[in-house]
Design a binder for this molecule. Sequence first.
Ligand code: HEM
Length: 233
Amino acid sequence: MSWLLKSSIGKKLIMSITGIALVFFLIFHAAMNFTAVISEDAYNTICALLGANWYAVIATGALGALVALHFIYAIVLTLQNRKARGGDAYAVSVRPKNVEWASQNMFVLGIIVIGFMILHFSQFWYKMMFTELVGHHEVSLGGTMVSPQDGAAFVKYYFSQTWVVVAYLVWYVALWFHLSHGFWSAIHTIGWNNTLWMNRWKVISQVLATILCLMFAFVTIYFYARHMLCPFA
Ligand code: HEM
């Protein structure tokens, strides 16, 4: 068991498994958010289900542990790779033709994704789940008091602001690059590396990253456009 924590391949395996689990969360999250476009009531029902109950709190804790493990092992592996290159991060300044840009920038992309997540948490998670957990039944959103379970009100409020929309779109671009390489790379580490299937997994990775990011972007742009066209809806 200690090989899992000590060897390079063991650490990569932990990153791959936590990464794939996070992709499953993103599939659920993108589908959940897309519900807001179809029915605000349905979206609020889901948000209420994910509110302050023990199942939701345990799921949040598990999710936090996955992100923490993924991030800690990313730091460990990055430092290890740098050391192996003699501390010179820029030893190879010209990228070989068949190496993707994302594969060489996964750590920086990950930092950008986590950075925007802090913004996202302060806007959504903190004002929704945390507020409910500490026993408040109302929260101020731009001066108006709303229920922390009224997810649709949060989405409409934040996605009516241009800077938020621009920031989230930048986030999705970083997420696209991170996922399009990360998912493929995880499958590779797990051992699915015959040539034919590796090429297929590369395509599947890009399609998955594109669908997920387009779903997030669609929700963001839909509520922004709706606010621009009818501000009081
Ligand atoms: C259209 C874009 C998005 C919307 C409308 C949205 C909405 C929400 C809402 C309403 C919550 C709070 C749920 C609750 O606590 O009841 C939440 C939590 C969260 N979001 Fe998002 N989100 C979006 C994009 C993203 C993206 C791109 C990521 C990751 C890269 C992400 C990661 C998370 C995480 C990790 C949580 C905490 C989940 C938990 O507490 O278990 N979200 N989001």
